[in-house]
Design a protein around this ligand. Structure first.
Ligand code: SF4
Length: 164
């Protein structure tokens, strides 16, 4: 049997982004991923009960870990606090990963939920900074390795041979 892989639903062509669009992988990437893994699509923001389309949101005052700890908030540009929905969605994404036995996840870069290396800085000026989104942070805290769509080559690398 193939290993399972949690995947951002928008990377699999599901139109779940805040703007109602998707960001699909190339057909070659998609084919390769399906050959290697049983894919488990999730959209944390949808799982948190947010509608699509929805206002764009950014983490204000920290990163995903700070938001989980309650020391940063997730806000829309209008100042609406959507932290509770984002945190609930991250928890449901983790539940799905654990239920399906996913050791790894392929998540959309730069998202306030899914970003694994960078996120927008909370100023709504399209400025990235280092940090993780809320779902990516929660997954990694629970031992699930998170990659983004620019890191697929690393994700597909075979495990190094075990020392004998
Ligand atoms: Fe894609 Fe993640 Fe945003 Fe959902 S929350 S649209 S899966 S980047």
């Amino acid at each position: 049997t193939k290993p399972t892989l949690l995947v951002s639903a928008c990377l699999l062509g599901q139109p779940v982004r805040y703007d109602g669009q998707s960001k699909p992988l190339s057909s070659l990437q998609w084919t390769t991923m399906r050959q290697r893994f049983d894919l488990v699509p999730v959209c944390p923001e949808c799982l948190g009960g947010l509608p699509t389309p929805r206002p764009a949101a950014e983490i204000v005052g920290g990163n995903g870990g700070d938001a989980l700890a309650g020391t940063a908030r997730i806000q829309t540009a209008d100042g609406d606090d959507v932290s509770a929905a984002f945190i609930a969605g991250a928890e449901r994404a983790l539940d799905a990963a654990l239920q399906h036995g996913c050791a790894q996840a392929l998540l959309k870069a730069n998202s306030p939920s899914c970003g694994n290396r960078q996120i927008y800085d909370g100023s709504f000026s399209a400025t990235l900074r280092d940090g993780q989104g809320i779902a990516a942070s929660l997954l990694e805290r629970n031992g699930i390795a998170v990659w983004n769509e620019t890191e697929i080559d690393s994700l597909l690398d075979p495990e190094p041979p075990q020392a004998v």
